[in-house]
Write a protein that binds this ligand. Structure first.
Ligand code: BYC
Length: 318
């Protein structure tokens, strides 16, 4: 039998040759664990991410907006499903992943612990939150684990609709009345910094990055992606005519990037550790939805058993 050392060396060589790793391939335990951690947390983010927007479906200002928001939230459930399925290919069970979310053991994106106070927040979430998500997820379409990379391709296509949907909401508000402009500006003020936090801690504080970069699970660092997001977003804010709540935000000719102010990392860790404005509400809502949905799961299992019984009887009598 091949030694672990050899297996790991050959595994790294495959990664370096840009070969995709597939579910049945040998992989180091830590690679499997890192992927289960990241993919399941990503899935949880999609599912919890439905809550702040779901809050506005019944209050969307027009039928067109309602239909678009409903479709977006439904897409997020789909993203959760692809991602849970990708994590299952690594041996994680759905029950365990859900249990880890409900008990607070597994994380989900910090951004979804902020409240959605006004309709303009749907615009700010689409533009900034989906915009930040896309920046990170385009990189993940090239991640080294095949099932995750393939799930990300479809997710990214849908996310780009989401982002445009949000931008168009803000554009409409920014061309509207003074009150509408003020509502858009307030939403942008509240979502700007939390969106920058979505990329995770700074590279020097990022405990998982070095190994994840070596395994090409991640291909760009947290700070690189954050900078890329800021550079892409500032000109879009100018088109909208909104300001971004950072007095230090300034184009730097020399680096050809925007300089920006210090992120409040205390706030970030507070939210990640469960003490953000909505952490408690989000988990309560998830647990309640899971409990209320038990009959659907039971009915699906009973239906599958019945279908199998019919198929078995047909096979016997054939
Ligand atoms: N929030 O070593 P690091 C969406 C944790 S949803 C909470 O840099 P890593 C959408 C991190 O998990 C978008 N926790 O970690 C849905 C780690 O703790 P653990 C979600 C965070 O994994 C609905 C610790 O901090 N996207 O698209 O190398 C509506 C140290 O960090 C956060 C994904 O999940 C955070 N923001 O890098 C609209 C993408 N940041 O796990 C939109 C997939 C860090 O060691 N995930 N932590 O206990 C990733 O790409 C990476 O996991 C991250 C972090 C870049 C997020």
């Amino acid at each position: 039998m091949e030694s672990n050392y050899n297996l790991e060396t050959r595994f790294q060589e495959r990664i370096d040759r840009e070969e995709k790793i597939e579910a049945r391939d040998w992989m180091p335990d830590k690679y499997r664990k890192t992927l289960i951690r990241q993919i399941s947390q990503h899935a949880h983010s999609e599912i919890v991410g439905m809550l702040p927007e779901g809050n506005w479906i019944t209050r969307a200002p027009t039928l067109r907006r309602k239909a678009a928001l409903l479709a977006k939230v439904q897409d997020e459930a789909g993203h959760g499903l692809y991602l849970y399925s990708a994590a299952e290919t690594l041996g994680a069970t759905r029950e365990q992943m859900i249990e880890d979310l409900h008990t607070g053991k597994a994380k989900y994106s910090s951004i979804f612990n902020y409240p959605t106070l006004a309709w303009a927040d749907m615009g700010a979430i689409g533009w900034l939150v989906d915009g930040a998500a896309i920046m990170n997820q385009v990189m993940l379409t090239r991640t080294s684990y095949g099932p995750y990379a393939r799930a990300m391709v479809r997710i990214c296509k849908e996310e780009s609709f989401h982002q445009r949907q949000g931008y168009e909401i803000l554009l409409t508000l920014c061309r509207g009345s003074e009150a509408q402009k003020a509502m858009a500006q307030d939403a942008v003020n509240r979502f700007w910094w939390p969106s920058l936090m979505m990329f995770g801690p700074s590279d020097k504080e990022s405990t998982n990055s070095a190994q994840s970069m070596k395994w090409k699970i991640k291909r760009k660092s947290n700070d690189e992606l954050r900078q890329q997001f800021i550079d892409a977003t500032v000109p879009q804010a100018e088109i909208l005519g909104v300001t971004l709540p950072d007095p230090e935000l300034k184009w730097d000719e020399e680096s050809q990037h925007y300089n920006f102010g210090e992120i409040d990392w205390d706030e970030f860790w507070r939210v990640v550790k469960g003490h953000g404005p909505c952490n408690e509400d989000r988990l309560k809502a998830r647990i309640s939805a899971h409990e209320k949905g038990a009959w659907v799961r039971e009915a699906a299992v009973a239906y599958a058993a019945k279908q199998k019984e019919i198929a078995d009887q047909k096979a016997i009598s054939a």
